[in-house]
Design a protein around this ligand. Structure first.
Ligand SMILES: Cc1cc2nc3c(=O)[nH]c(=O)nc-3n(C[C@H](O)[C@H](O)[C@H](O)COP(=O)(O)OP(=O)(O)OC[C@H]3O[C@@H](n4cnc5c(N)ncnc54)[C@H](O)[C@@H]3O)c2cc1C
Length: 416
């Protein structure tokens, strides 16, 4: 596929050195696409570089659906979700696309599980629900489980479409977008300019650079700056199962069926209502085996994950979902896990100081936050600080790179 057209502005930095852009964003998943949109919206001359084809399926942001919910065990994420939700609505209004389908969110898990109880408290307005009565008894949970529903603010995001939306909005605001452009080096040039080099030998000069390369973050940051950030890519699966005949409508978003997730119980399943593929429902499971995003075998661990989810369906949704024949569709994806499952949102530091900003390690829960995190990264690059985070009550101190210095577990508990 041909690279997207690019006409870089030719400007000169105050020190007299050639500067192509104010902000160069590396990596066009949801986070980088949102950062490029936020930077361009603030008047910065912005370039977004993507290693593969735009909207490819080799990273973390592709596919049909992601859950947005505010039932978070870690209270620090709640204001971030609220900000993100406002920004999702703004982007939908600006683009005319619809990417968020509202849905209630059902959380369930062992009644005494601290993470579940914290998530329900943090969600605000979450109420215990009798699953034998709700949604036609479609979901059952074991004795001793608590099930609770948040009626407001949750939903399903159309993932690939949402990434495309932010790329289109970034271009509309004047950003240049280039795909098939693999960044292999980021250096400090004369006069403090950030020099970004691609594998094809192209060189771009920017005042600032934002690195949002998902599962490639550890590798790229090690090679450009010698910085070690403990981000482990995991091979994960999205699984779509057939809804039993006659039950198709019951499990739809239109009929009010929720997104759902198991918190603190086994297996850690989650699902979205039947929406993007009629007659099918997405039910998957967190986790998967470690993988190298450059040399994947695409199948390791699939049998185990699929069997775990199938067993859960047979116990929890036997009247509504067909598990016996296995999933109808299986899509591979990568989650980039930090040891504490918290994000990395920080300046790179070292010789790059505040000229390079990093957004990485979104640990399987970053999609919903894309517009908020993209805004923080753009403001850190342009203004040196994320005013929007402070205004929204988001404390970015939790997401620093140096939390792992001499402290492999970072912030500690790896729940979200
Ligand atoms: C199966 C699955 C289900 C999930 N469910 C949810 C959910 O329900 N809710 C939720 O909020 N989150 C969810 N997530 C997590 C969410 O999808 C991720 O946190 C998010 O997509 C991370 O986006 P990213 O932009 O950091 O990474 P990516 O999407 O991987 O983007 C990084 C981009 O950088 C590019 N790149 C890499 N190296 C270079 C280079 N050298 N030069 C140029 N470009 C480069 C890559 O090609 C890629 O396009 C889920 C993830 C998975 C895998």
């Amino acid at each position: 596929m041909a690279a997207a057209a690019l006409a870089p502005p030719q400007v000169t930095a105050s020190a007299g050195h050639h500067l192509d852009f104010d902000v160069i964003v590396v990596g066009a998943g949801i986070i980088g696409s949102c950062a490029a949109h936020a930077a361009a919206s603030r008047g910065a001359r912005t370039l977004l570089l993507e290693r593969f084809d735009l909207l490819h399926g080799r990273g973390s942001s592709h596919g049909d659906s992601r859950i947005i919910r505010d039932a978070y065990a870690k209270a620090r994420y709640v204001p971030m979700v609220h900000l993100a939700r406002r920004l999702w609505a703004d982007a939908e209004a600006e683009s005319g696309y619809r990417v968020l389908t509202p849905a209630p969110h059902l959380s369930f898990g062992p009644r005494s599980n601290a993470s579940l109880l914290a998530a329900l408290e943090n969600a605000g307005g979450a109420e215990e629900v009798d699953l034998s009565m709700r949604w036609g008894g479609a979901i059952r949970v074991p004795d001793g489980y608590l099930a609770s529903v948040s009626e407001r603010g949750g939903g399903v995001l159309s993932a690939t479409k949402a990434v495309a939306m932010f790329q289109a909005l970034a271009v509309k605001k004047g950003a240049a977008v280039r795909d098939n452009a693999e960044v292999v080096a980021i250096e400090k040039g004369p006069g403090g300019v950030v020099v970004v080099r691609t594998s094809a030998g192209e060189v771009f000069h920017g005042a600032k650079c934002v690195v949002t390369v998902g599962p490639w973050a550890s590798k790229l940051l090690r090679s450009i700056a010698g910085v070690e950030i403990p981000i482990q890519p995991l091979h994960t699966l999205s699984l779509y199962w057939r809804v039993k005949p006659g039950r198709e409508r019951d499990l739809t978003a239109e009929a009010g069926f929720p997104t759902f997730s198991c918190c603190g119980g086994e297996p850690p399943v989650y699902g979205t209502p039947s929406l993007e593929l009629p007659g099918l429902i997405k039910i998957s499971c967190d986790g998967g085996p470690p993988c190298d995003p450059d040399s994947r075998d695409w199948v390791a661990g699939d049998k185990e994950i699929t069997e775990r989810v199938a067993r859960w369906i047979e116990e929890a949704m036997p009247g509504h979902v067909e598990a016996a024949g296995g999933p109808v569709i299986r899509q591979s994806c990568i989650c980039s896990m930090t040891p504490d499952a918290d994000f990395v949102i920080d300046f790179l530091g070292g010789e790059f100081g505040e000229d390079v900003v990093v957004g990485a390690g979104f640990s399987g829960h970053g999609f919903k936050m894309g517009p908020a995190v993209g805004t923080f990264l753009a403001e850190m690059a342009i203004d040196g600080k994320a005013n929007t985070a402070a205004e929204a009550g988001v404390e970015l101190g939790h997401y620093k790179i140096n939390r792992f210095d001499g402290n492999p577990m970072g912030n500690g508990a790896n729940n979200h």
